[in-house]
Design a protein around this ligand. Sequence first.
Ligand code: AMP
Ligand code: ZN
Length: 113
Amino acid sequence: MADCIFCKIIAGEIPSAKAYEDELCLAFKDLDPKAPVHLLVIPKTHIQSVDAVTPENSGLVAHIFETIPKIMKDQGITSGYRVITNIGPDAGQTVPHLHFHVLAGKEMGWEPA
Ligand code: AMP
Ligand code: ZN
């Protein structure tokens, strides 16, 4: 999708620090990390957010959730991690391409709202 930062990352038009890639999804380092490991995992197809998940595209979401544990194993994470997705303005979604933040490498607090 034109003007989508993450579609441009997928197309290689904007550089990223890739951690994993396959035919359906891409994982790369967040530019503004909130934990020692902070990856963004995105589908290679443009989906705006969880709000736009349908029976037609939900297989991509399932694939991402099957892949995240493998990525974290590759990252050497053994004591847990957190997966977050923001949906819309109140949740602070700034990039309108579905992405899962995956945070690890420290003991995290929990004050999400
Ligand atoms: P959200 O606020 O949930 O929409 O998350 C968007 C995330 O994308 C933020 O954590 C940003 O730091 C991150 N981000 C924005 N542009 C880039 C980029 N070019 N490369 C890596 N991370 C990015
Ligand atoms: Zn996009």
